[in-house]
Design a protein around this ligand. Structure first.
Ligand code: ADP
Ligand code: MG
Length: 697
């Protein structure tokens, strides 16, 4: 049944077909409901009268009150303008009109007191206000006003008498009629528990606030609602998965105990232990586990993955680990091989460059169940690769894999989906993770192994190169190794390569006594490997490279990372690069080299790197700088539909809204209780408009 709010916009009094068309085209307002949800983007504060002495050009429009001292016509012909000087005892400001000069001149008189509203701007060295609103001051006006909404408009709309003011009038009339028809999609219990104002009140006050306080309450409520429904949607997707996808129960801790007692190479951090417990609980639940494991570079995800594998291996199932690049796959394989061998488990590596004959053997062993652990790249998801019984799929660095590639890995089992552990070393801010992956369980390793010395990060301008070179010499003198990284960004690859080669030459000149490796993406794989190996073995002291070393190399003896043109790197990348050092026992350093003139953002990035080693903090700054739109996956998640809420600043509200949504889903998973019927209806509306559900595994 169509409701009042579905009424087409042209039926709003004062709109009509022509303006209706414009509102549809320019602002995508189709119905009364759309109109009511077209929120102001800011407010003019008329609750307060400013004194002229405190005005500055960076203020929005303000209200002032004073006496006109003098009025004058100035200029000739087209340049004719009317100037009036307004004085309130604290100062004087020029009011200027270029249009309607005659008309204004009749209204504005010296010696009379006026209330004036407009935006102060700097003209030369003096402040003025062009085309202010002006009205004679009358008694009682002192407190009139409050907050006036300002709506987005366009030139087309303005030319057709639909400026912010006009939109505000339409909104006002619409609200008069709509107010009593607004039903609240949130059940009363939630309003009570979270102290939220009703939908009707929130909508009224978001358009026409009568105080700062009720505006804040209205905005809070509307943000909450947006987050709440995204969360409810994600959670109901998760519920759907739980209802339909059974998971094999794995609870045999025999191998795990033996590993703990006989082979554990170090004490696990509390965070590692907690994550293992969370995974264990998931794998014995009888439901398919879908878990995102976030952990900063070096937080020790590899051993956690191995221990989780032991849980499924103990029950005769197999485990797979998929990495996005060959280098990473090899590194994982090397990391796991020792553990596996000590435990008498079989393990193999399968990548694009594995020999055909070996591939065949591996496939046979996997199908027969003779191979316990397989590590590899995309090669793992080829159809030819079959498992006897895949119990756990670990996917590293998930953001480099497409959704489809991942889901292929989970379809490797015939009847029951394997459990999934997705690991990422690029921390996603919590707020974003909850929104993008709210349908996954999330585990976080938020602690580094004890005894790590935090990497010291230093910023130097290019002019200080000699000093930096001296520092490199002293570190190499102590037996350490050094990375020097140059940016290589695809668009300007040729130039960057030249930068790199020039850099390499000057490094060779500066350090004639050292052996120096060079590695970049344009080299043949064999040549690259050979150079890498020389560095790994300690035959070279300095490695000059592009960001190809971002992932993959693990050289504990390398303790200095110099990043050239650091202003050209994004925060996530800088953090990943820095993670290449600090792996050994020695004090490590990261040196950020930049030119002298930096943009505001580049400076903030550099300062952030110098200030903190915490990947989550860095991710938060990154989110603030770039906005969530730049991050993968935001389209599907509903983040793009946020009108009021802002992921980078409203994390707290998101958290509360998620808690509320979890509460509802726990008490009433199918939303069949009468008090949740409005919720259910609203959710179904939302679903109709959701295009992809592809992230349900
Ligand atoms: P990442 O999370 O970046 O994949 P790794 O799993 O590669 O981190 O671990 C980084 C290094 O820290 C490895 O050399 C690993 O052996 C070591 N490590 C992991 N956990 C611990 C721990 N609890 N105590 C000491 N060292 C650890
Ligand atoms: Mg790793």
């Amino acid at each position: 049944m169509p409701s009042f709010f579905d009424t087409p916009i042209e039926f709003l009094k004062g709109v009509g077909p022509r303006k209706g068309e414009l509102l549809r085209k320019e602002l995508a307002l189709f119905t009364f409901g759309d109109m009511i949800r077209n929120y102001p983007f800011r407010y003019e504060d008329r609750s307060r009268t400013y004194s002229i002495g405190e005005l500055s050009s960076d203020m929005h429009a303000v209200q002032i009150r004073g006496r006109i001292r003098n009025v004058q016509l100035a200029g000739q012909g087209r340049k004719k303008r009317l100037v009036a000087w307004l004085n309130d005892g604290t100062g004087e400001i020029e009011l200027v009109w270029f249009k309607g000069v005659q008309w204004v001149a009749r209204k504005v008189h010296p010696g009379v007191e006026y209330v004036v509203f407009g935006k102060p701007a700097l003209f030369g060295s003096k402040l003025n206000i062009a085309h202010p609103e002006i009205e004679p001051a009358t008694r009682g006006q002192q407190t009139a006003g409050g907050f006036h909404p300002v709506y987005s408009s366009t030139d087309k709309l303005r030319n057709n008498y639909l400026d912010s003011k006009a939109l505000s009038r339409l909104q006002h009339d619409l609200l008069q009629e709509a107010y009593h028809k607004i039903t609240d999609p949130l059940p009363p219990a939630i309003l009570n528990t979270y102290g939220l104002t009703t939908a009707a009140e929130a909508l009224r006050h978001v358009h026409f606030p009568t105080s700062k306080d009720n505006l804040a309450k209205a905005r809070y409520r509307l943000k909450f609602e947006e987050f709440f429904f995204i969360q409810l949607k994600l959670l109901s997707m998760k519920q759907l998965r739980l209802d339909h996808f059974k998971g094999e129960v794995f609870s045999n801790t025999e191998l795990l105990t033996r590993f703990y007692e006989e082979h554990l190479p170090f004490t696990l951090t509390d965070a590692q232990k907690r994550v293992i417990r969370e995974v264990y609980r998931g794998m014995k639940s009888g439901k398919q586990m879908n878990r995102l494991l976030q952990g900063d570079v070096g937080s020790g995800k590899t051993i956690v993955a191995f221990i989780c594998m032991l849980l499924v291996l103990a029950d005769g199932a197999q485990a797979a680990l998929m990495a996005p690049t060959e280098i990473l796959a090899i590194q994982h394989y090397n990391g796991l091989k020792d553990y596996a061998q000590k435990m008498g488990l079989t393990i193999a590596l399968l990548t694009g460059s594995t020999k055909q004959s070996e591939k065949k053997t591996i496939r046979q062993m996997l199908a027969a169940g003779d191979l316990h652990i397989i590590v590899g790249t995309h090669a793992l998801i080829e159809d030819k690769v079959k498992f006897k019984k895949l119990g756990l799929s670990v996917v590293d660095e998930q953001h480099r894999f497409g959704v489809e590639q991942r889901s292929k890995l989970w379809q490797k089992n015939q009847h029951v989906y394997p459990h999934i552990l997705v690991m990422t070393a690029t921390p996603i801010p919590r707020t974003l993770a909850m929104t993008l992956y709210g349908d996954l369980d999330i585990s976080v390793i938020d602690e580094l192994p004890k005894g790590r010395k935090p990497i010291k990060t230093i910023h130097h301008y290019d002019a200080h190169r000699l000093k930096v070179n001296g520092f490199i010499k002293s570190e190499v003198g102590k037996g350490r190794q050094v990375y020097i990284v140059y940016p290589l960004i695809e668009e300007s690859e040729k130039m960057d390569l030249k930068d790199l080669m020039d850099g390499y030459e000057s490094v060779c000149r500066a350090f004639p006594d050292y052996a120096i490796s060079i590695v970049h993406g344009k080299m043949k794989p064999q040549a690259k490997d050979w150079e890498m190996q020389r560095f790994v073995k300690g035959e070279t002291q300095i490695m000059v490279a592009t960001t190809v070393i971002e992932v993959g190399v693990d050289v504990p003896n390398a303790s200095v990372m110099v990043i050239e043109n650091a202003e050209r790197f994004g925060l996530a990348q800088l953090h990943q690069l820095r993670g290449r050092v600090g792996r050994g026992a020695e004090q490590s350093y990261c040196v950020l080299m930049t030119k002298y003139e930096l943009s505001k953002e580049a400076r903030l990035r550099v300062e952030t790197m110098v200030r903190t080693n915490n990947g989550f903090e860095i991710a938060d700054v990154d989110l603030n700088l770039r906005g969530p739109g730049d991050l993968a996956g935001t389209q599907q998640s509903g983040v793009a539909d946020l009108k009021m809420a802002d992921l980078s600043t409203d994390g707290k509200i998101l958290q509360v809204a998620r808690e509320a949504a979890i509460g509802v889903m726990t008490r009433d998973p199918g939303l069949i209780q009468p008090e949740n019927s409005a919720l259910k209806g609203y959710l179904e509306e939302l679903r109709k408009s959701v295009v992809t559900w592809s992230r349900v595994s």
